[in-house]
Design a protein around this ligand. Structure first.
Ligand code: ADP
Length: 192
């Protein structure tokens, strides 16, 4: 069973690929952006707290997101497999994830890094802003999210490279091509 996470900037295709990979490997897809948008919609205390951060393109506080994700991966007992999409995004989150995973015998098999040039990311996000109604897909917020990614999330690449679970994937081309690239790399792994 697969335990993987997607590590990539906004617009790189985390959502699309996360969904496909989860389906192929028969595990739940846990997307933190979606979880948070649901909480906002439902006006839960977590949603009320997260709302302004999200609208500005800032990360929500670590404690909040760590609590939400741990609830998902450990309902009654720890889920055997999952694809995490959008978590962890800070070193504090990465450490919390690792602590949970080692304590529960659920360490990750793969951290999938999707690489897409920045100008293409901006284009994709602006396009999504035109067709979908994500309040954070505006020019200003897109730039903010990209810079938050380089400051807070990009350092995780080295963290996972050092643990030898980083899988680097070219995220350009059709969604289908990207899925095939990911699959061929995951199929080489020993998914115990
Ligand atoms: P994107 O990758 O395009 O920014 P997401 O749907 O993954 O889109 O996330 C949307 C927003 O939700 C983020 O900008 C952030 O405010 C919040 N968010 C999602 N995941 C996390 C996380 N792990 N830590 C903090 N904030 C998060």
């Amino acid at each position: 069973v697969l335990r993987a996470l997607l590590l990539a900037p906004p617009g790189a295709g985390k959502g699309t690929q996360g969904e496909r990979i989860a389906e192929i490997y028969g595990v739940p897809h846990i997307a933190t952006g979606e979880l948070l948008r649901n909480q906002v919609e439902l006006r839960t205390p977590a949603g009320e707290m997260a709302k302004d951060f999200m609208q500005r393109g800032e990360l929500v506080p670590d404690d909040l997101i760590i609590g939400l994700v741990l609830d998902q991966v450990a309902d009654d007992e720890p889920l055997p497999g999952f694809v995490l999409d959008g978590f962890p995004r800070t070193m504090t989150q990465a450490r919390a994830a690792y602590e949970w995973a080692s304590a529960n015998d659920r360490t990750f098999h793969a951290v999938i890094r999707l690489e897409v040039p920045t100008d293409e990311l901006v284009e994709r996000l602006l396009e999504r802003g035109r067709i979908a109604n994500r309040v954070d897909d505006t020019a200003e917020t897109i730039l903010r999210r990209l810079s938050v990614y380089s400051d807070s999330t990009a350092p995780l690449v080295e963290f996972y490279r050092a643990r030898a679970i980083l899988v680097e994937i070219d995220g350009t081309g059709s969604a289908q091509d990207v899925t095939s690239r990911i699959r061929s790399r995951l199929d080489e792994l020993d998914l115990d």
